[in-house]
Design a protein around this ligand. Structure first.
Ligand code: ADP
Ligand code: MG
Length: 350
């Protein structure tokens, strides 16, 4: 009997989910990260029928007929659309579930979901209910900075201060963690999306050129920087000339793009400095020793770590595989009974 039970539970595939403002990742215990998709859903405006999810929905941005809306329900780190969030979760969980449906009676998975720390109690409940409705046996919620710190391998359980800065799409989450808990936490609604917007604004005001969001993101990823680290480069950008209304192209330098991004980068760094100022001195000296860890897609912007180090006078490290820290942290929580229990005590499960 014991054997059968443990065999069944090994098939139950406990699941960790990073419900990010830009990207959702799903990890299945024992199998690794199986899903990495944008947190985007395309729906029919009237019937709310789901037309596309993830990468397929992202391709529709800026190209939809009037009856289709493309939504990013967590864009600002809060849940702006409960139904869309539930549809997203259902879609991702069902994708994992599909492969199992041939074998009946396999226990449904336990699911740990990493959510932005800014979501309200009502929103937490909604995510939890949606996860259960999506097919989870038990649903636990973990705050993203905690999951990111665990995923980045920081000594979160020790009596030692660790600082994690997760620069995502819609939000930057900054937290100081010690003894398994968040001591100080700050969430600002400025991150990768805002940088894309900076590039759009720059092209409009400097070159009278209208860019789409996806083009702006591509420019940021190809030549964006926060600090002069690489060799300077140039890129041709295409958009619509605002005067003639016709397609047009200009060449911009990496220096121009860096200048365009600088205000947003500065807001992020100021938030880190403010958080350090509020941090108790004992913990600051730990951070001084071990450094500030950056995670999330925004931490991949070249020079962001160098500039942060210069401005804070602290060592700064970009976490390994920065885009997957949260989901790997959620996965580690699943494997660790005492961590899972603590999340439960904190009101995670019901
Ligand atoms: P979230 O957790 O909020 O879903 P992610 O951690 O997935 O966000 O990060 C997404 C953000 O990171 C997007 O704004 C994306 O443009 C940005 N990003 C991804 N790769 C890079 C890169 N190489 N350089 C700069 N920004 C990047
Ligand atoms: Mg994230």
């Amino acid at each position: 009997m014991f054997f059968i039970n443990s065999f069944l539970s090994s098939l139950s595939h406990d699941v960790g989910i990073d419900l990010g403002t830009a990207n959702t990742l799903v990890l299945v215990k024992g199998k690794g990260i199986l899903i990495r998709e944008p947190t985007i859903i395309a729906q029919h405006k009237k019937t709310r029928q789901v037309l596309a999810v993830g990468a397929e929905a992202k391709r529709m941005i800026g190209k939809t007929p009037s009856m289709i809306s493309v939504i990013r329900p967590l864009r600002d780190g809060v849940i702006s659309d409960f139904d869309a969030t539930e549809s997203l979760l259902k879609y991702f969980v069902s994708k994992i579930h599909e492969s199992r449906s041939i074998i009946p009676k396999i226990p449904r998975p336990r699911v740990v979901v990493g959510i932005p720390s800014g979501v309200t109690e009502v929103e937490r409940r909604a995510v939890q209910d949606a996860t259960i409705r999506a097919g989870a046996r038990e649903a636990y919620l973990v705050e993203e900075p905690m999951a990111a710190a665990i995923g980045a391998g920081l000594p979160t359980e020790e009596a030692k201060g660790s600082m994690i800065v997760d620069i995502g799409g819609g939000t930057t989450e900054i937290a100081v963690i010690s003894l398994g808990g968040i001591v100080i936490n700050r969430s600002v609604r400025v991150a990768g999306d805002e940088m894309d917007q900076d590039i759009i604004n720059y092209a409009r005001s400097r070159y009278n050129l209208l860019l789409g969001e996806r083009t702006a993101e591509e420019i940021k990823i190809s030549i964006g920087s926060a600090y002069p680290v690489d060799k300077e480069s140039k890129i041709a950008i295409r958009g619509r000339d605002l005067a003639s209304g016709l397609p047009s192209s200009v060449v911009v330098t990496s220096g121009e793009i860096r200048e365009a991004l600088s205000n947003t980068v500065r807001v992020v760094i100021e938030a880190i400095k403010d958080t350090l100022e509020e941090t108790p001195p004992e913990l600051v000296s730990d951070i001084m020793e071990n450094g500030i860890t950056l995670a999330g897609g925004g931490s991949l912007l070249p020079g962001v770590a160098e500039l942060t180090a210069k401005e804070t006078k602290m060592p700064v490290i970009v976490a390994e595989d920065a885009l997957t820290c949260v989901v790997r942290g959620a996965g580690k929580v699943l494997e660790n009974a005492s961590l899972l229990r603590r999340i439960k005590i904190c009101g995670g499960a019901r």
